[in-house]
Design a protein around this ligand. Structure first.
Ligand code: AMP
Length: 209
């Protein structure tokens, strides 16, 4: 059985956290276009320079840029047996681009929580430069402000402020939510409320069945 999965949901729903856990469970890569774009921005590449203005505003980076980046990543050897896509496709044209690459998804996991919970989670989210993610109360690091894994200091993503999150939610509803219809035949809805472990076991149950 192949493991080609897509995790969809509003910002802050826990896609990245869950994708990380499930990816290690199935020994497949977690492919996050958001994380890849943040690396480009941090490294100051041409792509990063083009993407940054859209990301800072909470808007989508133009499809042509993201599709090319994703196509290259998905063609890597470690993605042959499967992968978890987190944050791509983000709209219908990107889903069509994935189809055009002849990539067939096995399951789409749609995670959901209320807008109030999204805001609570995102404003409490802290990350290190290597992309390890914490929450100030739900999943605090052992030492405040310091990453458990690599000792780097933790910061708040510049697009995790209340006003940018409001726009990201609008963008999710307008551009990303229609994917749930596009993938209707293979979507399973999973309640994203609860502890990381509770949600993980729900997701694994869906993918293991
Ligand atoms: P994320 O880490 O998934 O929340 O993504 C952070 C930001 O990166 C988004 O708000 C977008 O600006 C950009 N981004 C990530 N994935 C995509 C995508 N598939 N298409 C367009 N923009 C994206």
């Amino acid at each position: 059985m192949s493991h080609r999965y897509l995790f969809v949901g509003p910002p802050g729903v826990g896609k990245g956290t869950q994708a990380d856990l499930v990816a290690s469970e199935f020994d497949i890569p977690h492919i996050s276009t958001g994380a890849m774009l943040r690396e480009h921005v941090a490294a100051g590449t041409q792509l990063g320079q083009k993407a940054e203005v859209f990301m800072e505003a909470g808007d989508l980076v133009p499809d042509t840029l993201v599709v090319a980046m994703l196509a290259e990543r998905i063609g890597c050897d470690d993605a042959r047996e499967g992968f978890i896509l987190d944050g791509f496709p983000r709209n219908i044209p990107q889903a069509e681009a994935l189809d055009a690459m002849s990539v067939q998804l096995d399951r789409v996991v749609a995670l959901s929580v209320s807008d109030e919970e999204v805001l609570r989670r995102i404003t409490g989210r802290r990350s290190c430069a290597n992309g390890h993610v914490y929450h100030v109360t739900d999943n605090p690091p052992q030492v405040e402000g310091v990453c458990d894994v690599d000792g780097l200091s933790l910061f708040q993503r510049s697009d995790d402020t209340e006003e940018v999150v409001a726009n990201r939610l609008l963008v999710f509803r307008a551009s990303t939510a229609p994917l749930l219809e596009y993938y209707a035949a293979i979507v399973t809805y999973v309640d994203g409320l609860g502890s990381v472990e509770e949600v993980r076991s729900r997701v694994v149950q869906v993918l293991g069945s």
